[in-house]
Design a protein around this ligand. Structure first.
Ligand code: SF4
Ligand code: SF4
Length: 372
């Protein structure tokens, strides 16, 4: 049972937290002592780059002032890329180990698997300790004595000095709230952007109250937000939130680095823009996380269930190709098995959402609705 804590008055209630700064603020993550510029690097997308490009991007991020890097055992070779970028002999002097913070994750379900994954991560990262070690997409708030042995394994790893801080990432708000109340976790990672609802704002406040670092993933809501300035201005209002921006291209990196100096502050103009976005994207929309996959009917749910938004928020031609027409057509084969809804952390009625998007898509294709 999650203890009840009063909710803050509303999504805009915290907009007074910070008003002015000339350089990106440097924040400390709860009780960890980790102190870094409030502009972190999310290393999921670098798994799609070749090694040379990834190493170049990661080093440029460091040289541009980023210090907090987040990866996961589950992101194929992302850990290895971080290891090659920062721990190789040719870069060790430029980047002493204690000058950066590396967070990674384990999706282990047993203590044996946990140990195996930890050793692999340390080897990939070419380091003898991990700063922040997180239970990845936890479906439960692991506790000592819960019978799984998972928290005990975390503690052991910390005592051995293999990890510095015990942490958790979640997509289910109840799990994150329970972790924030438990006193067992030093940072919590959760999706957070300017589309946050009162529930997420409440979680951020709860973490602040309990001196827990809050790591914000999906700051661009899985690609739906395309105004990085507004996204950053929003994050910087919260002095306990570390955004980790998923970065794959040098151009994206330079955009985030440009905010190291003259970071955007919340102005009336940005506030009005965000309010319009919140209105447009309110309610049940697919964030594109893909946690509902695979679908037995082969539907690319994470794109098809948000096609209407993509058609209007990205160049629509890219989504009207023959390829995407065929992908959308698969919605006709939906079995209504609801496997997707059961796995969706946002508890969406995914089959209904797919149908709605398909209807709109057909209207756009037929020229009955314009998205230009
Ligand atoms: S339907 Fe839910 S789980 Fe699937 S991609 Fe969308 S938000 Fe994620
Ligand atoms: S309900 Fe439809 S979309 Fe969802 S998993 Fe089943 S077949 Fe796929």
């Amino acid at each position: 049972m999650v203890p009840r804590v009063p909710l803050p008055p509303g999504p805009n209630a915290l907009l007074h937290l910070r008003k002015d700064y000339r350089m990106i603020p440097v924040i400390t993550l709860g009780s960890t002592g980790i102190t870094a510029p409030q502009n972190g690097f999310g290393a999921l997308p670098v798994q799609r780059c070749d090694m040379e490009t990834a190493v170049r991007i990661l080093r440029r991020a460091y040289e541009g002032g980023m210090r907090y890097f987040d990866t996961a055992r589950a992101y194929s070779d992302s850990e290895e890329k971080l290891g090659n970028a920062f721990m190789s002999d040719d870069y060790k002097n430029a980047c002493p180990r204690e000058s950066i913070y590396i967070a990674t994750k384990t999706a282990a379900k047993t203590p044996e698997e946990f140990r195996e994954q930890l050793e692999t991560s340390l080897k990939n990262l070419k380091t003898d300790y991990i700063d922040v070690y997180q239970f990845h997409m936890a479906n439960q708030c692991y506790r000592p004595g819960d019978g799984t042995g998972m928290y005990e394994e975390m503690l052991k790893a910390k005592e051995e000095g293999r990890i510095r801080h015990i942490a958790l990432t979640a997509h289910k708000i109840q799990v994150a709230l329970e972790a924030a109340e438990s006193g067992l976790y030093e940072t919590i990672q959760f999706p957070f952007s300017y589309l946050a609802s009162e529930k997420e704002l409440h979680l951020v406040e709860l973490c602040k109250k309990n001196n827990i670092g809050f790591i914000a993933m999906k700051g661009l809501a899985g690609g739906l937000i395309n105004n990085s300035r507004a996204a950053m201005a929003y994050m910087l209002q919260f002095d306990n939130v570390m955004p980790i921006w998923g970065i794959q291209k040098e151009t994206e990196l330079e955009e985030w680095l440009s905010y190291m100096e003259n970071p955007p502050v919340m102005t009336d103009e940005i506030r009005t823009f965000i309010e319009a976005e919140q209105k447009e994207l309110a309610g049940s929309f697919c964030r594109g996380c893909g946690y509902c996959l695979p679908c037995p009917a082969g539907i690319t749910i994470n794109q098809c269930a948000r096609m209407s938004l993509m058609l209007r928020r990205a160049p629509s031609d890219d989504w009207l190709t023959e390829y995407w027409q065929n992908e959308m057509k698969k919605i006709e084969k939906c079995l209504h098995c609801y496997q997707c809804s059961k796995k969706c952390p946002y508890e969406l009625d995914t089959p209904a959402l797919l149908e709605k998007n398909y209807e709109d898509y057909q209207n756009v294709l037929a020229g009955r609705v314009s998205v230009k």
